[in-house]
Every structure is written in C-alpha cells, then in structure tokens.
Design a protein. Structure first.
Length: 288
C-alpha cells in the first residue's frame, strides 16, 4: 500500500512516464545498435554530451538543448572521420568523446559553486524530471519511433547486410549518417534518466538480453521493448522501496534480468568421459 501511495505523487508519476518513454525508444534502437556493433558509439555520445551540458549551464539556457546540438555535431564528425580517415570507428569515437569530456571539464571549471544540475546529468536523477522535459521526451520519441517504423525494412537490410544493401541501391551512407544522428539524440535524452555514466548500459542490456531468447527479428524487437520497460519500471520501484539512486537501480535490475536469462541459456556440457570411452581411441579390453 505504501508503494501505491508513493506513485500517487506527481514527481513519481513523471518519473514513471519519462522512464517508460526512454525505455520504449531504447528498446527499439538498442536492437539495431547491438546488431551493428555500435555499443561504444552510444557510450561515446553520452560522454561527449558533457560539453554540451556545460555550455548550457554557462549560458544559462536549457542544458538538454545544447547537449543535443553538441552531440549531433559530434555524431556527424564521427561519421565523417570514419569515412574520410583510415582510423577504425572505435579509435574515432575514443578521440572525439575524450576531447568532448576534456572540453566539458574545462568549461565547468568556469562555473563556480555547487552544481546540482551537472550531478543529475552525470549520475541521472529521474525523480527531478519536469513536465516540460516530458513533453520534449515524448515528441522526440514519437519522431524517432515513427522514422524507425517508416524505414524499418531499409534499416533492417542495412543492419544485416550493408554490402548487399549498397549493391541493391540503398543509400547506405545516408542511412548510416541518419542513424548516427537519431541515436545521438536518443542517448542525450536518456542522460537525465540514468546519467552519462550508465546510459550505454540502458541501450545495450535490453537488446542483448532479447538476443538470447528471440527466434526472429520481430520477436527480438518486441522482447527488447518489453525488457527495457521492465528494467525501467522494476528499477524505479526498487529505488523507491530501498531509497537508493534510481538510475543505478534501473541498470542493476537490467543486469539481473540479463544474468538470469543467460544462465538459463547455458547448457551443461556432456561428460568427456563418455565421449572418450565411445570414441576412436577407446582402450581394447583384450590389450590388442
């Protein structure tokens, strides 16, 4: 009863709605991210957003808007550097996100005094989400999910067989670039929920868990969607019960689900003794 009464408070209702919105977006985008092995990209964008947040705090404007703008620029630069240089994608991401982190730290040194907004973006604080931020989240989620739904066949073709998609006439460079931008926006929007440090886990855990049990691509999408929502809702409830940080609890719940699913999928190996006895090198009872 205490838990039900807790969710009667407006701040808990906003946290629940905001978490479910982000969970829906990440549940879908995470599948394409995991299949395309772009998990490090999400982590890099999250860390790069620190500079955008610092710019917003220094200019006394909404840090979310400056973080989105800066992260989109970094995502575009990642795409260009990958295409124009001989560097591997992980090297490009590492260079740009460390540059952005360093820039963010430098800019924050000019902002004197206690910085609660910065701490909420670093570690996440879903309980402080405002109604205006919920509208931004909802609008961005509708646009992102509508784009993914509209171009799902092209995106799937590009994800599973990029060379085949290019030969078939799909503008793979454009699709790749737009996916960079969409993913960058989604990651920054989730920073307020779980924080810069943990946002990559929210992107990867549901899709990775769903991959262990899915039998088709459609089931992979739906399982990832459901698991992401379970992570957010379960983590929020657990944080309310035990009075612990909500962002960290969301990730811990997600990892617990992943671990349970993984353990059920591990099949015990057959005893090697039986294979040796029945194999071509079994001993001859007659000594021959």
């Amino acid at each position: 009863m205490e838990l039900l009464s807790l969710f009667s408070y407006p701040f808990m209702q906003r946290a629940l709605v905001g978490g479910m919105i982000v969970g829906a977006v990440f549940g879908v985008l995470g599948v394409y991210t995991v299949l395309r092995k772009m998990s490090f990209f999400g982590d890099g964008i999250a860390h790069a957003s620190l500079a955008g947040i610092a710019i917003g705090l220094l200019l006394a404007v909404n840090p979310l808007s400056t973080a989105i703008l800066f992260s989109v620029i970094i995502a575009a630069l990642m795409f260009v550097f990958e295409k124009k240089s001989r560097l591997a994608s992980d090297a490009v991401i590492g260079i740009l996100f460390t540059f952005s982190m360093a820039l963010g730290i430098l800019l924050m040194s000019f902002h004197r005094g206690y910085q609660p907004d910065l701490l909420s973006y670093l570690f996440g604080n879903i309980l402080t989400i405002q109604t205006s931020e919920l509208w931004v989240l909802a609008a961005a989620a509708i646009v992102i999910l509508a784009l993914v739904l509209r171009f799902r066949k092209i995106l799937l073709f590009f994800t599973l067989d990029p060379d085949g998609a290019h030969v078939s006439g799909v503008p793979t460079n454009l699709v790749h670039f737009l996916f960079h931008i969409i993913l960058a926006v989604a990651v920054v929007l989730a920073v307020k929920i779980v924080g810069i440090i943990l946002v990559a886990a929210l992107l990867v855990l549901p899709a990775s868990t769903a991959k262990l049990i899915a039998r088709s691509f459609s089931s992979l999408i739906w399982n990832s969607f459901v698991l992401a929502e379970l992570m957010v809702i379960g983590g929020l409830i657990a944080s309310a019960i035990w009075d612990v940080p909500s962002g960290a609890m969301i990730i811990l719940v997600g990892f617990s689900i992943f671990l349970c699913v993984l353990l059920t999928r591990i099949r015990p190996k057959r005893a090697r003794k039986g294979r040796i006895q029945n194999g071509p090198f079994r001993s001859d009872p007659k000594g021959g």
